[in-house]
Design a protein around this ligand. Structure first.
Ligand code: NAP
Ligand code: MG
Length: 482
């Protein structure tokens, strides 16, 4: 049975779209059709932004409520999300192939947690501060919600990346129009069902789907939008950033990455390979922050290449709903084409495949690629410089710590990374010299309480932590002569 919506969620109601066009999604593992939602038009964007604008501008509405009142509504929202947890995982894994075991810990669990985290945080931060002027009199410095937010998200972790925007925005008092990627629309419409059940006030959260080029672009540039929150490719991020620059519109951009695992020469090889999956290959390599360049000391190169190869060779590849599966299919046939072309390029550039490189046997349906290790790679190679977004790691030898740090920093990107060592102090001092927004020593798990984002071509601004709430607020200073 397919899941089909014939309405969009605008102004607190399931309303008829202006066109009968549909976005149809298929399973990454079986290629069967899973369902469809309406393809929004520019007129539907106008309606969604209008509803969000109306809700935000209401003189006694959401933006004006005490944070504790918003918290109560957001708690109902969290409860409605938890009630649909399994269905979220089911829809996400069906659409993008994410192993459901990973989906449970991320897509299924994080949305309600992050909604509760921000709803509570907003009640604790002071909204107004009275400062004695440095000249004369006093100034009341207040924080207010930024306004109507356009949230545009990709398909790789569609739920958590939506809630990195929705949760702080709503807690701050903003209203939101969410546009998911066309590969993952069904889980986004389930967010609308949860919002509806929670009785969020009409227009506070609106959900529409449609192509980025038409619907996304109209949303980003819409005169009724005050802030754009985007996660996706660097190319689209550049375009959105340029549009926002022209409009002097605040924007947060979470873009691509090509992060490095700096494996120091005192590493415990077992401890490192145990964590390799989570830090370098989670979600079949379709994750922005993972360490996909593995920098290995020449003094232990052969041993470490072998250890990595043996580890990755054993990862079970298959059906995302099978409990033992670690590597699922890629999101689409187009994504598989991209990944396979990089594997070829890596070899043409002198890389040596130590495991993988092809399609797994016996999986004739679905967009599978074997987890692939390319050793002896130069940091100048395309597979070292460009985001592949698949289960492919480049192994790069280095001479000493300074050389490793220089290679790690020789990248157009700067999102994540890891350092591996038995000496945590040494690891920390290396981590401080790596120019990325986040980095882990001997492991990495995204911390919802700490700022996350990139430098260079990895983006602009930060999500998560108190800093992620501030991204949906602005300051107003009210001067009093007395
Ligand atoms: P994308 O093409 O950047 O799309 C991300 C979102 O932006 C989608 O909702 C997309 O809509 C929308 N969009 C596209 N063009 C737009 C425009 N001109 N104006 C406004 N919105 C627009 O990313 P993707 O297709 O999901 O993935 C492509 C590549 O991006 C991947 O191969 C990977 O390298 C990278 N990526 C990075 C991250 C990350 O977290 N850093 C996440 C996902 C992907 P439609 O798709 O519906 O057209
Ligand atoms: Mg796209």
């Amino acid at each position: 049975m397919t899941i089909d919506y014939d309405r969009i969620y605008v102004g607190g109601e399931w309303t008829l779209p202006t066109s009968s066009d549909k976005i149809t999604v298929s399973s990454a593992s079986t290629e069967d059709i899973l369902g469809s939602v309406p393809a929004a038009t520019r007129a539907d964007v106008d309606a969604a932004v209008g509803a969000a604008r109306h809700a935000f501008d209401d003189p006694s509405g959401w933006a004006q409520w005490e944070p504790s009142r918003r918290q109560a509504a957001l708690e109902r929202f969290a409860v409605a999300l938890v009630a649909r947890r399994d269905e979220f995982v089911h829809r996400v894994s069906g659409q993008n192939g994410m192993p459901a075991k990973i989906g449970k810990l991320t897509e299924g669990a994080v949305p309600a947690n992050i909604v509760r985290y921000y709803a509570t945080l907003a009640t604790k931060l002071e909204g107004e501060q009275t400062r004695k002027s440095l000249v004369k009199g006093t100034t009341v410095v207040r924080k207010e919600p930024l306004g109507v937010v356009a949230a545009i998200v990709p398909w790789n972790f569609p739920q958590i990346l939506s809630f990195f925007k929705i949760a702080p925005a709503l807690a701050a008092g903003c209203t939101v129009v969410l546009k998911p990627a066309s590969e993952t629309v069904l889980d986004a419409f389930l967010i609308a069902e949860a919002a509806h059940e929670a009785e969020l006030p009409p227009g506070v959260l609106n959900v529409i789907a449609g192509s980025g080029r038409v619907v996304g672009d109209h949303l980003v540039t819409h005169p009724g939008v005050d802030k754009v929150g985007f996660t996706g490719s660097t190319e689209v991020g550049q375009h959105i950033g340029a549009q926002c620059g022209r409009l002097i519109r605040p924007v947060t951009l979470e873009l691509g990455g090509k992060s490095a695992a700096v494996v120091l020469d005192d590493v415990d090889a077992d401890a490192f390979t145990r964590e390799l999956f989570e830090t370098s290959l989670i979600n079949s390599g379709q994750s922005c922050f993972i360490s996909t360049r593995i920098l290995l000391p020449r003094s232990r190169y052969t041993e470490l290449v072998e250890a990595i190869t043996e580890t990755v060779r054993q990862y079970p590849v298959g059906d995302p709903f099978e409990r033992s599966t670690m590597i699922g299919p890629l999101v689409s046939s187009a994504q598989r084409d991209i990944v396979e072309s990089y594997i070829k390029k890596g070899q043409a550039e002198g890389g040596r495949i130590t495991t993988g490189g092809g399609r797994p046997k016996g999986l004739d349906r679905g967009w599978y690629v074997e987890p692939t290790i390319i050793a002896d790679v130069d940091n100048k190679a395309a597979v070292s410089r460009e985001e592949i977004f698949g289960p492919v790691l480049a192994l790069i030898p280095y001479e000493d710590d300074n050389d490793a740090i220089a290679i790690a920093n020789d990248s157009d990107y700067g999102l994540g990374g890891t350092v591996w060592t038995t000496d945590v102090e040494r690891g920390l001092s290396v981590a401080r010299r790596v120019k990325t927004g986040s980095i882990g020593v001997n492991g990495f798990t995204l911390d919802l309480g700490a700022p996350f984002g990139g430098v260079k071509r990895s983006g602009l601004g930060r999500e998560l932590g108190p800093e992620g709430l501030a991204a949906y607020q602005q300051f107003q200073s009210i001067y009093l002569p007395e």
